[in-house]
Write a protein of this length. Structure first.
Lengths: 232, 486
């Protein structure tokens, strides 16, 4: 592969020749970067209650179904949602808490779970699942965005993509108002991340918005009111 | 779809007709103009509403402009940083000086994988290097997965917009294409049903084709991360299901740090589709064991970009984040649609990008495909002063023409040289005005307008009317006023 090496040198030489005013070293570069203007809004102004309400409103605008519950009611709420989903085969990431994995509790019979331990199941098995349940990293109220960093409780990327029904569990304390607040919460940039703002959609035919092209067509979000409980 | 019309569309700037000629069939196609006008009205209304609710829109634009300018000024350092971090994370970085090198690198990678099929996420950069026909000719079947791209691929059409590439095609035309190529005779023209047909058509491809090609919206130097912004989920499918992923990215797409996305993502979706955020954004750094493709390649493409970087006024062209806000607001694009630009990059940004990517050897008519109204600059989320670059490129085109050997046989050139001599003195100028008033009287109709001029003058009156000269010049009026006239 000798050609790419020379192309690399050629391109970098051209770039260097084109940018005589470039920073001379790393510290100069960092200094120039630090001096860049950032006068845009970096902190939200809403109360905790209003922030959660905005998040819920945005999600509903995306046609997502939103249910609120207290932390103690979470398992029951999951049960109710899955029972009324009309689906039976579910997948969940390996870090899912046991109490979320409703089986024959309550009035439901026939709920089946597959836990995605990665190596044991392949995409075709995830494809067969009718729904998926995961946690999230963050919620951004301003745009109604759900952030996944794909930890053990959020699952690998394909898990929240193939099943047609996605139940996402978001804690109120994870919700920020603005996008910059999410970025300032990230201590370390994530290796993988997916930002979901409503179900998969297209407007490619006459700008008519159609829900559900390839990703899940149904998005249900349970907002667990942990933060508000602590504040009150 | 009208096949005669689609055959005429050429998006290779080396062979495309000059803009005024290429625009004529579009201007005469009422269906196309209706489709384009409708799509643009919808996007514009949504964009306007969401930009208005952002009280810090101008501050976001300023920050984005400054970051893009800084990234370009230090492009060498940031690209090397990206390369080092991406490689450390398990990715492979390749460099391509031009389109031919990029195509060959990608084909070689596909050969290493023994790939006979490849799925693609929409990438204008791959259209720029004409990747699909090259791969098809080399025996690799290419499957586009973005709905608009499927419509174009199956209908053998060309993109006319960089965000909504099939906006010139309406639902009944899509129905016709899908019914014919997918063998679905009973398909209706309901967009929902058409979208479902595409979903079914692609599902097996996603699950079985092991190699994918994407573009990228941003590269993050700090982390070696690649960002892809999309709506449908076809991107996520291609980014997670295949074993091998190849991302073709222009060298200008790099951002210094992860945090810079907090600005870019707020601007991009609002400007592009009039959404607060696009449905799906994917970020990945190299290879993650157990999640997604286990082989990842980035092909960094120069293809003329470094020569744009070298020029002071033109450099800002490379700040572009491909949101298409400039074409959505452009009064010229609205009338002609995208195909008239003879490039995969239409609209105002295409009018400055295309001739520069062609080293000013082709597409010289594009800098003139503008009324210089400045609306594109006003909406640009990264503050590219497109009119300024248009004027700069026009002056380059004029300078090129000035040096051409055949110029003394060109009526326009000779006419302007003579005008130059006459207008150089006040005496000559006034004489010319008097002559003009007498001469033009024959062509001025009763309504005070000139509708048709002969010879060179027809270049103006072909497409617009000219107001007849007034009875008095301002100078004459001023002189009579000083003497007590009215």
């Amino acid at each position: 592969m000798k050609q790419p090496v020379t192309a690399r040198q050629l391109t970098l030489d051209r770039i260097r020749a084109a940018t005589p005013s470039a920073a001379k070293d790393a510290s100069q570069l960092a200094e120039a970067y630090a001096a860049l203007p950032r006068a845009y809004i970096r902190r939200g102004a809403l109360s905790a209650q209003a922030r959660i309400e905005l998040m819920i409103q945005r999600l509903r605008e995306y046609d997502a179904e939103v249910v609120e519950c207290a932390p103690a009611e979470l398992a029951n709420t999951i049960t109710t949602q899955l029972a009324t989903s009309g689906r039976h085969l579910f997948v969940a990431p390996p870090g899912t808490p046991n109490e979320w994995l409703v089986t024959s509790a309550w009035k439901i019979t026939g709920l089946e779970w597959t836990i995605d331990h990665g190596l044991a199941i392949d995409e075709h098995e995830i494809e067969k699942a009718e729904g998926v349940v995961t946690a999230a990293t963050c919620g951004i109220a301003d745009s109604g965005t759900i952030v996944l960093h794909h930890s053990a409780i959020e699952g690998r990327r394909v898990l929240t993509l193939l099943p047609d029904y996605y139940l996402c569990i978001l804690r109120a304390s994870q919700v920020v108002e603005t996008l910059p607040e999410y970025f300032s919460r990230c201590q370390q940039p994530p290796v993988l991340a997916t930002y979901i703002s409503g179900p998969s959609a297209t407007a490619d035919i006459e700008m008519t918005r159609i829900k559900g092209v390839h990703g899940p067509r149904i998005l249900v979000v349970i907002v667990v009111r942990d933060e508000v409980e602590n504040i009150n | 779809m009208n096949h005669a019309a689609s055959e005429r569309v050429c998006l290779d700037p080396r062979f495309a007709s000059p803009f005024p000629q290429a625009a004529l069939p579009m201007l005469r196609n009422p269906q196309l103009r209706k489709n384009v006008g409708h799509a643009i009205d919808v996007i514009q209304a949504k964009r306007g509403k969401l930009v208005a609710e952002k009280t810090d829109w101008q501050e976001l634009r300023s920050a984005a402009s400054a970051i893009r300018t800084h990234a370009l000024e230090n492009l060498g350092a940031y690209l090397e940083q990206f390369e080092a971090r991406c490689t450390a994370a398990g990715g492979h970085v390749h460099w391509a000086a031009d389109a031919a090198e990029a195509r060959q690198i990608i084909l070689d990678l596909l050969h290493q994988e023994n790939a006979t099929e490849v799925i693609k996420i929409k990438t204008m950069t791959s259209a720029e290097i004409q990747l699909n026909p090259f791969l098809q000719a080399a025996g690799v079947s290419v499957f586009e997965t973005d709905l608009a791209e499927i419509i174009l691929q199956l209908g053998e059409g060309e993109p006319s917009h960089i965000v909504v590439p099939a906006l010139h095609i309406n639902r009944s035309q899509v129905r016709e294409i899908f019914a014919r190529t997918m063998g679905l005779k009973d398909l209706s023209d309901d967009p929902k049903e058409l979208t479902n047909a595409a979903r079914t058509y692609l599902r097996q491809k996603f699950l079985t084709v092991p190699t994918a090609i994407s573009g990228a919206n941003f590269l993050i130097a700090e982390t070696g991360t690649v960002a892809v912004v999309e709506s449908e989920g076809n991107g996520r499918m291609c980014l997670t299901l295949p074993r091998t992923m190849i991302s073709l990215v222009g060298i200008e797409k790099v951002l210094p740090r992860f945090q810079d996305l907090e600005i870019m993502l707020q601007l991009l979706a609002r400007s592009a589709t009039g959404e607060r955020m696009n449905p799906y954004t994917s970020l990945w750094s190299g290879v993650t064991p157990g999640d997604g493709p286990q082989k990842f390649h980035v092909v960094l493409l120069d293809n003329g970009r470094s020569s744009i970087l070298a020029k002071a006024k033109e450099r800002q062209t490379l700040k572009c984040i491909r949101c298409a806000a400039c074409m959505n607001i452009c009064p010229v694009y609205r009338q002609t649609g995208g195909h008239a630009y003879g490039s995969v990059y239409p609209g105002p940004i295409g009018a400055i990008l295309t001739p520069q990517l062609m080293q000013m050897k082709h597409a010289q008519s594009l800098p003139y495909a503008s009324s210089l109204c400045g609306a594109c600059y006003e909406v640009c989320p990264v503050k590219i002063n497109i009119p300024e670059v248009l004027l700069e490129l026009r002056s380059q085109v004029v300078n090129q023409e000035r040096r051409q050997a055949g110029r003394f046989f060109d009526l326009m050139y000779l006419g302007l040289r003579i005008a130059n001599l006459i207008f150089a003195t006040a005496w000559g100028f006034h004489a010319a005005q008097r002559m003009g008033r007498i001469g033009l009287r024959f062509f001025t109709r009763k309504d005070g307008w000139i509708h048709a001029l002969p010879s060179l003058g027809a270049k103006w009156t072909q497409t617009r009317d000219l107001r007849g000269l007034p009875k008095q010049t301002f100078h004459q009026w001023w002189a009579t006023r000083a003497k007590g006239g009215k």
